[in-house]
Design a protein around this ligand. Structure first.
Ligand SMILES: Nc1ncnc2c1ncn2[C@@H]1O[C@H](COP(=O)(O)OP(=O)(O)O)[C@@H](O)[C@H]1O
Ligand SMILES: [Mg+2]
Length: 411
């Protein structure tokens, strides 16, 4: 029987495993065919007393998502979640309960848990969750979008000072230059965001103001927090005063980014180096993670440490979901591109030359390098932008050539 016949509305099928009657009731209320997720099975025993016949029911349900309540016994819960994933009893497992310990979060990701749902459900969190689960389980949304969704790229480097922010800003400007399409930079480095500085802008509002005042998806509200730069890109800035990411609801970031994808053709997120809930939600919403490293041991070690978590998030997405970029590259460095690839087990998609002059002059002037006179750095960023916008001629050599032709554009 096809999914459409089983639940004619195309809703995903879910199961819940929880000893908490209140939570089971709330979940069953919040989720409905209209909300995109229907419940087919409730299991109310502790993990250790779940019977074979219940597991068989779960298998027959062929559920898209199983909610596992981890509150009563997180360790056994995680083992059970892992079992569900390993034995293909669920396409996606969502952990419920407030998990705040980073250790537990990491273990959960390793066990294959895709998301966490706080037990205090609200419809906003639920709709964001359903959308993300659809993507992860490959189940198309029943809702027709009026336009194609924009492409969201998160720039991330686990080691500060690798050039992530510089690259994010230049990439966005270059993508806009090449495509002339609506392009937005979202600065999620809530403590030390510097994208506005690099653009020479003084924004009045920030992403934190938006998250705090965001109660429903509203185009008008969003627009009031976003500012246009003279380069043509738009910016949702980080706050001028450092904000504590713990005071910012990570789930809201996810919902906001998904909504922004409906408005913009390209969104470049400057992610902070910490893997906090805000960052993880941004990654979830991303079409690619642009992972920046420099070719030195310290940076490679930090990247290696963050890779298991990133790969866990990647789930069943295409292999090129994570694209590796080596910044501050110089052919005479002792560590070669080949060695970087072998160390990290990832192909290097692009290199950006070490180009102190171009970068420092651009900072001093508050004008991105890709808008200034020709430089190696600008040329390399243009090559990346050409590939990502599909404006390049395809092959590496050709798009580099295309980048070269464009690198002098802003002279
Ligand atoms: N390709 C490059 N060549 C030379 N200097 C660079 C390059 N990329 C970045 N930098 C410099 O490195 C420093 C850190 O860059 P930044 O973008 O703030 O890093 P991150 O966001 O990863 O902390 C800045 O001083 C910047 O000018
Ligand atoms: Mg930065």
């Amino acid at each position: 029987m096809s999914d459409e016949l089983q639940n004619g509305n195309g809703a995903m099928k879910g199961a819940i495993i929880s000893t908490d009657p209140e939570f089971r009731k709330r979940l069953a209320e919040v989720f409905s065919p209209e909300a995109g997720l229907e419940f087919g099975l409730e299991v109310d025993q502790p993990f250790t007393s779940i019977t074979d016949s219940q597991l068989k029911k779960l298998q027959e349900l062929d559920s898209d998502v199983v909610f596992v309540d981890l509150e009563s016994d997180p360790q056994v819960g995680l083992k059970f979640a892992q079992f569900l994933v390993d034995s293909n009893l669920a396409r996606a497992v969502v952990g419920a309960g407030n998990v705040t310990s980073p250790d537990l979060l990491l273990q959960a990701m390793q066990a294959g848990i895709l998301e966490f749902l706080p037990k205090s459900l609200d419809s906003e969190k639920v709709s964001g969750l359903v959308e993300r689960l659809r993507k992860r389980t490959g189940k198309p949304s029943g809702v027709k979008k009026s336009r194609e969704l924009g492409k969201l790229l998160s720039v991330f480097s686990p080691k500060g000072g690798s050039g992530a922010t510089t690259f994010a800003v230049n990439l966005a400007v270059a993508m806009h230059q090449l495509s002339r399409k609506r392009t937005l930079i979202v600065d999620l480095d809530l403590e030390l965001g510097e994208t506005a500085l690099l653009l020479g802008m003084e924004p009045r509002f920030s992403s934190v103001d938006l998250v705090r005042n965001y109660h429903r998806v509203d185009e008008g509200l969003l627009a009031s927090y976003i500012e246009q730069d003279s380069s043509g890109v738009e910016l949702l800035s980080a706050p001028y005063q450092p904000a504590d990411f713990q005071s910012v609801d990570g789930d809201r970031i996810g919902a906001i980014l998904n909504f922004l994808k409906e408005q913009y053709d390209y969104i470049v997120v400057d992610a902070p180096k910490t893997l906090n809930p805000v960052t993880l939600n941004a990654f979830e919403a991303s079409d690619h993670i642009l992972l920046l490293s420099t070719a030195d041991l310290q940076s490679l070690r930090n990247v290696t440490r963050s890779l298991p978590l990133l790969k866990g998030l990647a789930g069943s997405r295409p292999e090129d979901w994570i694209r590796l970029i080596v910044n501050r590259y110089n052919p005479s460095l002792p560590i070669t591109v080949g060695e970087v690839e072998r160390t990290l087990g990832l192909k290097v998609s692009w290199t950006l030359r070490n180009d102190y002059r171009a970068v420092i002059d651009s900072i001093n002037e508050g004008r991105p390098a890709v808008l200034r006179k020709k430089s190696h750095y600008a040329q390399n960023v243009h090559a990346v932008a050409a590939d990502l916008t599909g404006m390049g001629a395809g092959g590496k050599t050709k798009s580099n050539l295309f980048g070269k032709l464009l690198a002098g554009v802003g002279k």
